[in-house]
Design a protein. Structure first.
Length: 316
């Protein structure tokens, strides 16, 4: 059966991530506590550091006057590719249909669906960079994505025949195509980037950034009716770290507000997937021989996605 993380474990993971991010922000801000002028945003009052002010107070002053945030609509668009689906170790009737042992299924693959959701971002200008460099963290609600197959697996039976008939011919299995969607999974999409703005006093402020994203997935569920004929298989997805490239621009508005367009490319990662404990029904063979025990089918997905976001933001 599919393994689920408890709500308590997920909450603890998110709290841990928040504490780690807060500690990082405090560490970066502390580098600026010796400065006499924290260089606030336009129209904000400069804060002069005081020898009597505590370290924590100086740090909070810096964060308050050198941070920004934005909230808007986020589009996750998947562009990845994958290896062929691979039957890991076919035995019995499955060996008659797929061939004994491990075998590739030509012209097939795995993929992920697309989705649109809310997206938020928190940014902090790095000390002593005159607001040219900033650290950004993008956050969003958990993304519920479809786990999909591609190519011939969508509309053609992967095991159309098996065994040999009395006259030496193959026997049709009647196993239907899988269709596009095999199941669903949830993903937490936080990513961290370091952003460079060449101009900091202009009405339009373009920027570039680089960073990383942890491809964390959970609550995996196989709900395909062909694969669930004799119980639900389990879905495994690896959790690598991907690289992030970023392009965007801020369009400044009055009162420290701005509009933002942001595009992030996420790649440089391979996600290994495996659907295990697969037993399918063959209308022509199962009444006599029972379920076709396929075992497990795996693939390696070359992860590539683009995150498009349009947002309203504010400098604090």
């Amino acid at each position: 059966m599919t393994r689920h993380h408890s709500p308590t474990a997920r909450l603890a993971a998110r709290m841990g991530s928040g504490l780690a991010l807060g500690a990082l922000a405090l560490g970066l801000a502390s580098q600026a506590t010796a400065a006499e002028d924290y260089r606030p945003q336009p129209d904000q009052t400069p804060i002069q550091s005081s020898k009597n002010e505590s370290f924590f107070g100086k740090t909070m002053d810096y964060i308050e006057n050198n941070s920004y945030g934005r909230l808007g609509v986020l589009r996750f668009q998947y562009y990845g590719s994958s290896s062929n689906l691979h039957v890991d170790n076919a035995t019995g009737l499955a060996a008659q249909a797929f061939g004994p042992g491990g075998s590739d299924l030509p012209h097939t693959g795995s993929s992920a669906g697309n989705t649109t959701t809310l997206g938020a971002m928190i940014g902090l200008y790095l000390p002593k960079t005159n607001h040219h460099l900033a650290m950004e963290v993008q956050l969003a609600p958990p993304l519920k994505l479809d786990f999909q197959v591609s190519g011939d697996a969508v509309d053609q039976s992967l095991a159309p025949t098996a065994l040999n008939g009395a006259n030496g011919g193959s026997i049709p299995t009647g196993v239907p195509p899988l269709g596009k969607n095999l199941g669903t999974f949830k993903a937490l999409p936080p990513n961290f980037t370091i952003v460079y703005r060449p101009w900091t006093h202009t009405l339009v402020q373009p920027y570039v950034g680089v960073g990383a994203m942890y491809l964390y997935t959970y609550d995996k569920d196989v709900n395909n009716k062909v694969l669930n004929a004799y119980g639900e298989p389990s879905l495994y997805l690896s959790k690598p770290v991907a690289c992030v490239g970023q392009l965007g621009s801020d369009f400044n508005l009055p009162n420290n507000m701005f509009l933002n367009l942001d595009v992030k490319y996420v790649g440089c990662a391979d996600v290994k997937s495996r659907v295990s404990n697969i037993k399918v029904n063959s209308p022509t063979l199962s009444p006599t021989f029972g379920p076709v025990d396929v075992g497990s089918v795996s693939s390696t997905n070359h992860f590539r996605a683009v995150l498009y976001q349009i947002s309203f933001g504010m400098h604090f």
